[in-house]
Design a protein around this ligand. Structure first.
Ligand code: SUD
Ligand code: ADP
Length: 300
């Protein structure tokens, strides 16, 4: 087999509850992931060494050395298999980079599936999920897809039933927001306000809205404990969120650590109109309509 291609989705967090800072520098989360129809493609071609090339709009913002999460995933898989393998990885990016949509995690998951196939390892999904959890907190969800709640760092996943399809608009923002900086700002703001840090709990009404496919209810229950931190670091995002609400978004939220803003639309037509309004009014430089849930990393 000379080449394998895997399609892997972006994610939005419909609930992101952040617990206290742990000894290991992470936070315990209740993190409800929802995979959406913005995809990277990871191609793996036979080679003597493990290399990566990146194509697409944000390619220049992605490292092509061992800092690339797809390279790290391929190396982790080869180590797990107990021998050296090669693969020329080519990533076709559509997921905003450092945008709070798990773009790097998606490519790591894509590389695991592509190299497992290219190298004929035949490792079961459970093995890939375990390797994924060591690569990053979001990587297991990029493999699984659909809608799921992550606990621990976010890597311990339980699938959630979703009734029907939800329609979204995502407005990427220029420049990234480093995830560690947003978590650190969240801790700083909490320390400053001397607020009691509640233990994260799953919002049962949000789960009900997901399972019944009730977009109006879901829009009212969207929550992200990192949003205040993202807005403190990037205050201009508040204007983008307000613009989406003014154009009828059922919910408006920073996606994960940001800076991408996510808007829940009424249906596909409203999503298309909302994306057009956000760019036409200058509230966003670009906007992408998408839907969810969609499957995780899948052989194309
Ligand atoms: C915030 C979220 C929401 O899904 O994703 P993004 O919005 O960035 O995509 C995730 O928690 C990001 O997941 P991921 O980007 O895989 O994080 P990791 O590589 O595991 O960790 C990067 C850094 O984020 C912080 N981190 C991450 C996860 C966690 N539960 N607590 C943390 O404090 C730590 O500073 C850590 O060093
Ligand atoms: N394959 C990759 N795609 C995107 N970013 C990557 C990749 N590999 C490493 N990175 C690095 O990871 C950082 C976080 O990227 P990403 O995972 O897209 O952000 P987020 O965690 O906000 O979703 C980027 O700034 C980039 O330097």
């Amino acid at each position: 087999m000379s080449s394998v291609t895997v399609r892997v989705p972006a994610k939005v967090n419909v609930q992101l509850s952040v617990g206290p800072l742990r000894e290991d520098g992470y936070h315990d989360l209740v993190n409800v992931f929802h995979a959406v129809s913005i995809f990277d493609r990871v191609e793996a071609k036979e080679s003597d060494a493990i290399t990566v090339a990146v194509e697409g709009k944000w390619a220049d913002q992605v490292p092509v050395d061992d800092g690339n999460l797809a390279i790290r995933a391929a190396r982790a898989l080869a180590k797990h298999a107990g021998r050296s393998y090669g693969a020329d990885l080519v990533i076709h990016k559509e997921i905003p980079v450092a945008g709070g949509m798990a773009g790097g995690s998606a490519d790591a998951a894509g590389a695991l599936v592509a190299c497992n196939e290219l190298w004929g390892l035949g490792l079961p999904f459970e093995d890939l999920m375990e390797i994924a959890g060591d690569l990053g907190s979001d990587v297991p969800f990029s493999l699984l897809g659909g809608t799921a709640v992550g606990t621990g760092r976010g890597e311990e996943l339980s699938e959630l039933p979703t009734g029907g399809t939800f329609h979204w608009v995502f407005a990427p923002a220029e420049g990234g927001l480093p995830t560690p900086s947003v978590y650190a700002e969240c801790d700083r703001l909490r320390k400053e306000s001397d607020a009691e840090v509640p233990w994260p709990e799953l919002n049962e009404r949000l789960i009900e809205a997901l399972s019944t496919g009730d977009a109006y209810a879901l829009g009212s229950y969207l929550s992200n404990d990192l949003q205040d931190a993202a807005l403190a670091l990037r205050p201009e995002l508040a204007t983008t969120l307000d613009a989406g609400r003014q154009h009828g978004a059922l919910g408006a939220i920073v996606s994960g650590s940001g800076p991408t803003c996510a808007f829940l639309a009424i249906d596909a037509t409203h999503a298309r109109d909302l994306a057009a309004s956000l760019t036409a009014t200058g509230a966003a430089t670009s906007a992408m309509a998408a839907h969810g849930p969609v499957p995780g990393a899948t052989l194309a």
